[in-house]
Structures are given as structure tokens and as C-alpha cells.
Unconditional design. Structure first.
Length: 348
């Protein structure tokens, strides 16, 4: 028998849904909680009635009772970069699966931050905040957060033991990404092919990821008895790497191998070598990238690269959030991930 549809005037309430579906008020609450125990057919009925009545839960009211907003803030330097967009997509998908919504704000191109945006984020009282940026420090962020303990990515420098977050800063959790293993594997492969002159196309000068990769590359080359790398300035972009490669070979002394700060820069290196300089890859020059973004395996690039395991990173972020929510006053939580080399056609 089809139920007679009567749309209530004004905002529908959970009590209206419960009455129409002939269930308890608690059952309505459970139906909208992805982790709650409720029979699938009862959940389906309640959600159907909720759609008919145009009912949505009052999450603000729920937050006042539970102390949880089910909101995660994300602070990024940009959202259009190939690695950044893929990581944000994977992260938001994983968080939604855990019942979280996301609120994203971004810094400017120069990594500066209008702190009013942080106050807006703080006003939503997020359960957690993941900071992918370096200019918004824990000390800065703590001024705007009431409950959330922020999570930061840290790239240890050579000789630095990955450990807990700095006690001199307000409480924050950390994902350490060690780059030594993947870079050492790359250099070992290049050395095995007889490469003696290695160049490094860098990222932005103040970016810790780029600085850490350069210093780690220097340390690995030295440990293997190889010469220091020739460093040319890039900015993580295709165009800057393309031009830097032309300068390296037309003005500088060239190289047997070029290590790029990220895969997009490596694409610029490859196109400059092949299309402008008419050099063969890998016969004349070998190229290594960093990240292993989706496009790295495309046949036109087929790039050898040092891989960040994207899904492992996302799982680590989710674990840090869940651990912190389970124990809000615990000391800093730390997750540590490594890197590994993926060998394709640009070295060989």
C-alpha cells in the first residue's frame, strides 16, 4: 500500500520522520549514523521517509550534544597540482567513508596565509585539521582551534631520526615521510648504469620537501663515492623544469642523469631532452622523478620515479585522526612511511 505523502510546512524534524515511518526517534538517529547498528530494511525505510519529508539531521545540534562535528579541515598550498589533486581526492573519499565531511582552505601561491581563513575554519570547530603547508605552524593554528589537534607532514633531513613532534610547539600529530630508501635505490640504479654526473631540478627554495630531497640526494651520492649533484632551480612546475633543463645542457655542462623534485618536473625534463635537445632517454640521459602520480606510467613518459604510496599515506592520516579522537589528551601521535623506487623506461 502506498503511503499518502504529506509534506510538512517548515523544517521537518526527526520526530516527524519517526512518526511517518512508525519507528522510534532513536532509530532515526541511527539511520543517519553510518556506524550505528540498524537493520538494513529499517534504515532504507527511514531514509526514504526522510527524503519524502525533505528531512536532514541538524548536525550543529548534534555537535553540541556529542562534542563532535564530523568535520575535518584540510589546509593545502594548492589543489590543482597532479599529486595534490590525487591525494585530496583519495583523502576526502577515505574520510567520507569514515563519516567525515571536509572543509578545505588554501594558501596563496607565495605560501602566505590570510589568517582570517583560519578563524573561519576554527568557527566550524573541526574534529581534526590536516596541514599540508609549512607557513601555518602549530603555534599559529592553535590560536584558532578549540579541540582539534592538527596533523603535519614532516620530511626528515639526512641524519635526523624520525620521531615525535617538537615539544616546543603546541600539541600536534605528525606523519613522517622518510625519503632515504627510495633515493638510495635510484642512485644505486644510476650508478649501476655508469652515471657519474647527476643533476637535480629543485622545487621552490623554501619548500622542505625539495630541500630534504636535495640534501638526501647529496648524502646518498657522497656515501656512494659519487660527485655532488649539479642543482638547477625549478618550482615544481613543468615549465620551470623544461627551461632549467635547456639551461643545464646549453649553458652548463649537462648531466648523465637528471633527478627531478617531482614527476611533473620530470615530464618537463623529458620533453626538453627529447624535443628541444634531441637527446635520447635513457641512452644519452637518464631521468628519475618523485611521487609516482597516475600520469607517470603513461606510455609517452613511462617514468622511473621514487614512489610515495598514496593509499598508505591516506590510511595513515585516517589512523591519526581516529587515534586522536579516541584519546584527545594523549601525547603526540606519529606515523612513519618510507619511499621506494619504481623502475620504468627512463632508466635502463
Amino acid at each position: 500500500m502506498t503511503r499518502k505523502l504529506e509534506i510538512p510546512v517548515g523544517r521537518a524534524t526527526a520526530e516527524m520522520v519517526a512518526e511517518r515511518a512508525n519507528v522510534s526517534r532513536v532509530a532515526v538517529s541511527r539511520a543517519f549514523n553510518s556506524g550505528a547498528s540498524i537493520k538494513p530494511e529499517k534504515r532504507a525505510l527511514i531514509l526514504e521517509v526522510a527524503r519524502e519529508l525533505n528531512y536532514t539531521p541538524d548536525w550543529a545540534a548534534r555537535a553540541l550534544v556529542s562534542g563532535r562535528t564530523h568535520l575535518v579541515g584540510i589546509i593545502v598550498p594548492d589543489s590543482y597540482g597532479h599529486w595534490e589533486s590525487q591525494e585530496i581526492d583519495a583523502l576526502t573519499t577515505a574520510l567520507q567513508h569514515e563519516g567525515f565531511a571536509t572543509l578545505m582552505i588554501k594558501t596563496s601561491t607565495g605560501y602566505s596565509m590570510d589568517e582570517r581563513l583560519l578563524s573561519y575554519m576554527g568557527g566550524f570547530n573541526p574534529d581534526a585539521v590536516i596541514a599540508f603547508v609549512e607557513n601555518v605552524t602549530p603555534s599559529t593554528l592553535s590560536r584558532y582551534l578549540t579541540r582539534a589537534v592538527p596533523i603535519y607532514i614532516h620530511y626528515p633531513l639526512p641524519g635526523e631520526t624520525p620521531g615525535a613532534a617538537d615539544d616546543s610547539e603546541p600539541l600536534h600529530d605528525r606523519l613522517n615521510v622518510t625519503q632515504q630508501e627510495g633515493i638510495d635505490q635510484a642512485v644505486a640504479l644510476l650508478q649501476g648504469y655508469g652515471c657519474k654526473r647527476v643533476a637535480y631540478v629543485s622545487g621552490l627554495p623554501k619548500a622542505r620537501a625539495s630541500v630534504s630531497r636535495e640534501k638526501t640526494l647529496r648524502a646518498v651520492l657522497a656515501a656512494r663515492g659519487m660527485a655532488e649533484p649539479t642543482v638547477v632551480q625549478g618550482d615544481f612546475s613543468y615549465d620551470a623544469a623544461f627551461q632549467a633543463t635547456l639551461d643545464l645542457f646549453r649553458v652548463g655542462q649537462g648531466a648523465d642523469a637528471v633527478f627531478a623534485v617531482n614527476d611533473v618536473s620530470a615530464f618537463g625534463v623529458l620533453d626538453a631532452l627529447r624535443d628541444e635537445l634531441k637527446l635520447r632517454v635513457p641512452q644519452d640521459v637518464k631521468v628519475v622523478g618523485f611521487d609516482d602520480i597516475e600520469q607517470a606510467h603513461w606510455r609517452s613518459y613511462n617514468l622511473t620515479t621514487v614512489k610515495f604510496d598514496l593509499h598508505a599515506r591516506v590510511r595513515a592520516f585516517v589512523r591519526l585522526i581516529l587515534r586522536r579522537l579516541a584519546d584527545p589528551t594523549a601525547p603526540a601521535f606519529v606515523e612513519t612511511l618510507g619511499t621506494r623506487l619504481v623502475v620504468r623506461g627512463t632508466v635502463g
